[in-house]
Design a protein around this ligand. Sequence first.
Ligand SMILES: Nc1ncnc2c1ncn2[C@@H]1O[C@H](COP(=O)(O)OP(=O)(O)O)[C@@H](O)[C@H]1O
Ligand SMILES: CC(=O)N[C@@H](CCC(=O)OP(=O)(O)O)C(=O)O
Length: 263
Amino acid sequence: MQKLHVIKIGGNVIDNSENLHRFLKDFTALKGFKILIHGGGKVATQISESMGVSANMVDGRRITDIDTLRIVTMVYAGLINKNIVAQLQRYGTNAIGLTGADGDFIRATKRPIKTIDYGFVGDLSDKSINPGNISKLLEAGFTPVFCALTHDGEGQLLNTNADTIASALAVALSTLYETTLIYCFEKKGVLQDINDDDSLIKEINPERYEKLKTGQIIHSGMIPKLDNAFAAISCGVKSVIIGHSDDLGQLKGTQTFGTRLTN
Ligand SMILES: Nc1ncnc2c1ncn2[C@@H]1O[C@H](COP(=O)(O)OP(=O)(O)O)[C@@H](O)[C@H]1O
Ligand SMILES: CC(=O)N[C@@H](CCC(=O)OP(=O)(O)O)C(=O)O
């Protein structure tokens, strides 16, 4: 099986042009098949509020009414995606920028209303992604760059968390490639003390994860990220790394970085 890296960058990396450029250079230097997924929640919130549309997050997920959907479509699929693609072209990666609607690559279902109406938010299932189609792009020499938008097949775009898209892509493609899923963000990895970059936890298994949650060492956005990551490992993804976007260049041969998840 050939190797594939599925790499996600979060909003704090996108928002810092120095970090973003360093990351995109290291991403280009990484050999073999690769897919990039970007978030951009932070930029979407800033632009949304500057347009007088207040951002409303519940459990780390954006309540996406029609005005918000219009804004995130412009910000994720336009502003952020096209800038990343242009920078990758500059560094020598033949990137192709996509939403899940392009090529019908990622189909989602609008989240059903239970206690909260999330609006135009899409949930993924194990039928959401056809790995064969994405593989054709890879084999043709393109590097797909996905933003956090999916579609329902009926003409409706949906906002889907970028961590979830990364995990679902890694799982679907692990049937064809030996897949490593990497979440890059602005910290060294999962930390024992969130304010101390030297307190990196190098390895976490599900048992330790439960303890870290109970002790509130892990909280907020890190909980859904790790839930997605452990789900990926139990569904065929070979390894998951969570680390700083500046450290991607350390990934060579057996050398790794950040926090490694094991089962
Ligand atoms: N133990 C921990 N170690 C590192 N980060 C943590 C930890 N617990 C909570 N976090 C928080 O999780 C955040 C990352 O999740 P999130 O904001 O969803 O990331 P992203 O920017 O990749 O979308 C960090 O910015 C940090 O505030
Ligand atoms: C439904 C939902 O919450 N979607 C996310 C998509 C962007 C994202 O995931 O961005 P980060 O990775 O930078 O947080 C949002 O709109 O914030």
